[in-house]
Design a protein around this ligand. Structure first.
Ligand code: FAD
Length: 830
């Protein structure tokens, strides 16, 4: 057996097999795949094999689309037929809200070239008369997807992998991982059958691998322990049942093609044909998490007992929709572990804290995702980055605060939410509140409706008592919209206070800090007491992190980045420091995220509020332009609270970020609230802030800024100092500008704003880009959006079209920072 390889893939399910195949296809000719049992013996063997293209996420849609296209090509390459039945996929809607959901989804599909059709109830009935339609509003139909045999497609990928030189070893289990500085030593144990169980033998070998990928499915908790990291991938029970043949279906099929996969989302099930009968797959309430602490040796390619009671409502709903199914009996059932993560996206990418260790865990639609995951992960490993931004799948989006209990309960919730309405303004309730700033109770008492970001509860907006956030959600303007409008106005016209405690904060200091940061980020480093906006790039020159960087002392910097990405940012920073310390000198990195609370006070009256509480020899001038200029930072005292104040406002108004010791937060909150009352200060949430920053064309990390675009494509050359050398500079320049970030004012529907996933067209109907952010502008009284378009179309004044709710609306490209382009209000003196 080979003991030295470039890449070792652990796990021979659909996902691991696809990764091995794609690594070989991407040019790595020394890849080994290790499987503790037989290929497909994990969740893969009992999957229903559906390949739904429908997905609200841009990255995941790309992944699913790649898989569907790739699986169609496998037979020609391998000679193996994976049984891909391209029957299409019919998603029915019982309500107008569900149709709205499909319309919002359809714009994502359009940006990714996923074909779809709209069908009326009459058209559904005409094509598939066994389906009851009188209570339907309509449907969206995907003609190009369907279902596949999961084991066969895995075997086809395995054959394709072997043809490309991949070695596949079965009955070997990876049992220990040791990093040796430039490679992994992986201790592997030969597995043997004993009494029907699969158990380790005495035989062990060590495989040396430059890179390791784990794709261990339901065994992710064991993998996490072996690696000493946390992986929130825990399976949940998922059942499907197979009926006896349905006489009406058998008769119909004599003259007609197979039904598409049917999905009655409001009834929470999918149904497809199976040998004259039906397979019903429900996503019911109450499915429990399993194997929270690992899979027992006794569980191999096994199943759990059927729990028919739990899926009774969905079963009855199938009979309602397909009346002929009422009289058919049950033939078979499957209740297997299906791996989940708290947000339903798999965990794909570099493992936290480890080198050359890649995770591909937590797949709930792993058959659908396997092809695309293999393709994009191989790109990441071989070329440094994938062509799409994989951040939404990155394992480090969950921080070290994450626990087994959190993952298990969230995963159960995620399973139960598969068929809920996927409102873009949805907030899920399980495990909350968990991470809260001290002012949480005060904010709650004042009507805060919280959102969940990286475990934190953070105010989205404030509403009057009795307001029901959940009932107010919509694909159009939700019930919260009016409150966000009032909050946005308060900042533009008066003063507002935003809790930004969740911001990620790092201190980087030491003799090597300045040289390191100069190399690590794109902009000039600020002088002591000043701040800059700057970017850390990937090895391929795209944006990895956006930092507001404050120079506290000559060799001490305070770095502020997005709150949703603490461990994601920390991991990249720490690894870069470790790589460079020898050359630049000692560098200390401290993650101080939870030590500092942050309030952002902004609006023309913000200075007046601060003046009333600042403890200074001359309070009247303490916050003046002379003593506290825009883009500077300095320690001040507000009452008895020491504050590191930064004169910057993400809302683009006169304002300060007040970074304060977290244990004094309630004191500071009360102080500011009292002083603010005199000026009508309003508490403001993240939704209004998101609109306001678009009026200033401030790019947000995770939407405009990510690993699929360079800062030059984000049109931020002023934050890129081309006179110096920095990480990613050459590749950034080599990439050029493939598409460019613009801000658009939109004459949209009267009751809706874009969400930032809509497709953009030129006047002649050519697709030219997509929105990445959207919302409402109080300054202009219409919808606003930011997005990427073809560079030749970025001229200010160009009118494009944006698709919203199946119609095209005018979207005019405006100058950067359409609100206050000269930054006059931000610089206002006083
Ligand atoms: C009832 C049911 C229906 C489903 N239907 C669908 C569907 O229609 N469409 C869809 O897309 N998905 C479906 N799924 C989900 C799908 O089955 C999984 O997402 C997919 O199989 C995950 O593949 P994987 O390769 O990640 O994991 P697995 O198939 O579980 O493979 C992991 C492999 O890793 C091996 N392994 C673990 N640890 C080690 C180690 N230390 N050393 C060596 N080998 C190791 C295991 O033995 C296993 O073979 C369904 C799931 C269930 C339960």
């Amino acid at each position: 057996m080979k003991t030295h390889v470039k890449a070792l893939v652990v796990g021979g399910g659909a996902v691991g097999t696809s990764i091995a195949y794609h690594l070989a296809r991407a040019g790595w000719d020394d890849v080994m795949l290790l499987e503790r049992d037989e290929l497909t013996s994990g969740s893969t063997w009992h999957a229903a094999g559906l390949l739904p293209l429908f997905n609200m996420s841009f990255a995941t849609t790309h992944i699913h689309k790649y898989s569907v296209d790739f699986y169609k090509s496998l037979e020609a390459e391998t000679g193996l037929n994976a049984g891909f039945a391209v029957v299409g996929n019919l998603r029915m809607a019982q309500t107008q809200a569900r149709m709205d959901e499909y319309m919002v989804y359809a714009t994502t599909a359009e940006t990714c070239d996923v074909p779809f059709e709209w069908l009326t109830p009459a058209q559904i009935r005409e094509r598939w008369p066994l389906v009851r339609t009188e209570d339907l509003e309509g449907a969206i139909f995907h003609p190009t997807d369907g279902y596949i045999n999961p084991a066969d497609v895995t075997m086809a990928m395995a054959k394709g992998a072997r043809q490309r030189g991949v070695v596949i070893e079965r009955r070997w289990q990876a049992d220990a991982y040791h990093w040796r500085g430039d490679h992994w030593d992986v201790t592997c144990t030969k597995m043997v059958e004993r009494g029907g169980n699969l158990v380790p033998s005495e035989e062990q070998i060590v495989i040396t691998a430059e890179h390791v990928v784990t794709a261990t499915g339901n065994h992710a908790q064991r993998t996490a322990k072996l690696l000493g990291i946390k992986i929130p991938a825990i399976p949940v029970e998922h059942q499907f049942i197979v009926t006896e043949p349905d006489a009406a279906l058998v008769e119909w099929r004599k003259t007609h093609a197979e039904h598409p996969v049917l999905r009655d989302a409001d009834a929470r099930w999918y149904v497809r044909e199976e040998r004259g009968g039906w397979i019903l797959g429900p996503y019911e309430d109450g499915a429990p998490a399993r194997f929270e602490h690992g899979v027992p040796d006794t569980f191999r390619a096994d199943l759990f007992p059927l729990d028919l009671e739990r899926i009774e409502a969905e079963y009855m709903a199938m009979i309602h929709r397909i009346p002929s199914s009422e009289s058919v009996g049950l033939k078979d059932d499957f209740n297997g572990p299906i791996c989940y993560t708290p947000d339903g996206n798999p965990l794909v990418g570099p493992a936290p804290g480890l080198r050359n260790m890649w995770l591909a865990e937590g797949f709930s639609f792993g058959i659908t995702a396997a092809g695309g995951t293999g393709y994009y992960l191989a790109q990441q490993m071989v070329e440094g980055e994938a062509e799409i931004d994989m951040a939404s799948l990155d394992p480090k989006r969950y921080g070290s605060w994450m626990t087994t209990e959190y993952a298990a309960r969230k995963n159960e919730e995620c399973y139960a939410h598969v068929f809920i309405l996927h409102h873009p303004d949805e907030e899920r309730e399980a495990c909350r509140p968990l991470r809260t700033a001290p002012a949480y109770d005060r904010q709650k008492a004042r009507g805060a409706q919280f959102g969940h970001v990286n475990g934190w509860d953070r105010p989205n907006y404030y509403a009057p008592p009795g307001f029901d956030d959940q009932a107010s959600r919509s694909f159009r303007r939700g019930g919260w919209w009016q409150y966000a409008v009032e909050e946005a106005r308060a900042i533009r016209e008066g003063v507002g206070l935003i809790d930004a405690t969740a911001f990620t904060k790092h201190v980087v200091k030491g003799p090597g800090a300045t040289a390191f940061l100069d190399w690590f980020t794109t902009n000039k480093l600020p002088k002591v007491g000043r701040i800059n906006l700057t970017y850390a790039l990937t090895a391929t020159g795209t944006t990895r992190t956006e930092y507001t960087i404050v120079r506290m002392r000559e060799d001490e910097y305070y770095l502020v980045s997005a709150g949703a990405w603490t461990d994601y940012d920390a991991d990249y920073l720490r690894k870069a420091v470790a790589d460079k310390e020898a050359g630049f000198g000692r560098i200390e990195v401290q993650n101080v995220t939870t030590q500092w609370g942050v309030f952002a006070i902004a609006g023309p009256k913000s200075r007046d509020v601060l003046k009333a509480v600042v403890n200074d020899a001359d309070p009247a001038t303490a916050l003046s332009n002379k003593r506290f200029p825009w883009l500077s930072a300095r320690p001040i005292e507000l009452g008895m609270c020491p504050v590191n104040a930064i004169r910057v406002a993400y809302t683009g108004e006169l304002g300060w970020e007040l970074h304060h010791p977290i244990e004094m937060q309630n004191y500071l909150f009360d102080l500011l609230e009292k002083a603010g009352a005199v000026h009508g200060m309003k508490l403001v949430g993240a939704r209004a802030q998101n609109w306001l920053r678009q009026e200033k064309s401030y790019r947000a990390f995770g939407t405009e800024l990510g690993r699929d675009a360079t800062p030059l494509e984000a049109d931020l050359p002023r934050f890129v100092d081309l006179t110096k050398e920095f990480h990613g500079k050459a590749p950034m320049q080599a990439v050029g500008v493939r598409s460019k970030c613009v801000t658009l004012l939109i004459d949209g529907p009267a009751d809706a704003d874009p969400w930032g996933r809509e497709v953009l067209f030129a006047q002649d109907g050519t697709r030219v880009g997509r929105l990445t952010s959207g919302g409402y502008s109080v300054a202009f009284g219409k919808s606003i959006g930011m997005g990427y378009v073809r560079p030749d179309l970025t001229v200010v004044g160009t009118t494009l079209k944006v698709r919203m709710f199946r119609e095209l609306w005018d979207a005019v490209i405006v100058e950067d920072s359409p609100y206050d382009p000269a930054n006059a209000t931000i610089r206002m003196d006083g």
